[in-house]
Each structure stands twice: as C-alpha cells, then as structure tokens.
Design a protein around this ligand. Structure first.
Ligand code: TYC
Length: 113
C-alpha cells in the first residue's frame, strides 16, 4: 500500500549481495485500531468522584478533569481518552469496579474510533 510509511512502498535499500536484486520485504507495522473510552452521565455520582477518576485513571490534570466531567454532566457523554483495545478495556473495567466499590452508578464504555 502506498501510504508513505518508510521504504515499504518502493522496495529499496535491501539488495542481495552483488546481484543488485531487490529483496527487501515489508516489515509488519500495521497500526493498531484505537478506541474511545466514554464516560456516561447519571444523576447520583458526585462530581468530585468523577474528577478523581479522570485524574487517577485517565491521568488528567485537575483543570482538564473538571472540564471533561462538566462536559459529561451537561451533554450526557464525553470522551476521557483514546487507547488501543486492551488499554481501553482495562480503563473501562477499572472505572466500573471503582464506582461499584464506592456504590456509585457511574458507567463507562468504549467504542471504536
Ligand atoms: N451528574 C452528576 C451530578 O450532578 C455528575 C456526574 C458527572 C456524574 C459526570 C457522572 O460521568 C458523570 N452529581
């Protein structure tokens, strides 16, 4: 595929000894699919609890955490980060488990970008 990644398109740079034959093959560098992790609004989870999750699970600073929390509060849903599948899945599980442990109904989900 002519997508401009390295020398994979033109098969140059790796030639057989002496012959000048072009032998370089394409390294496997497929980029992984990315997934948005979404936080859902509810009427019961305290705002400070959501900010704590954004700071500690999604590594947001306080300012960004408050902004994302308020976006979710006002619009019903918001993106807290974009990750590869396994990382996104882990974050979703961490949020739901932490919320459950504190008896808050907070929900979190993921969707392919
Ligand atoms: N709506 C909640 C409240 O008023 C706050 C909240 C924000 C809850 C974001 C969940 O994902 C959420 N206490």
């Amino acid at each position: 595929m002519k997508d401009g990644r390295d020398d994979q398109d033109n098969n140059v740079g790796g030639t057989g000894p002496g012959t000048g034959a072009v032998t370089k093959t394409r390294p496997k560098t497929k980029r992984p699919s990315l997934y948005k992790v979404l936080l859902l609004n509810d009427d019961y989870t305290p705002m400070e609890f959501v900010v704590h999750i954004l700071e500690h699970i999604f590594n947001k600073n306080r300012e960004d955490a408050v902004e994302i929390m308020l976006h979710v509060h006002r619009h019903g849903v918001g993106v807290c980060g974009v990750f590869t599948f396994e990382v996104a899945e882990t974050k979703v599980t961490q949020v739901i488990e932490f919320a459950r442990r504190h008896e808050h109904p907070l929900q979190c989900t993921m969707e392919k970008e």
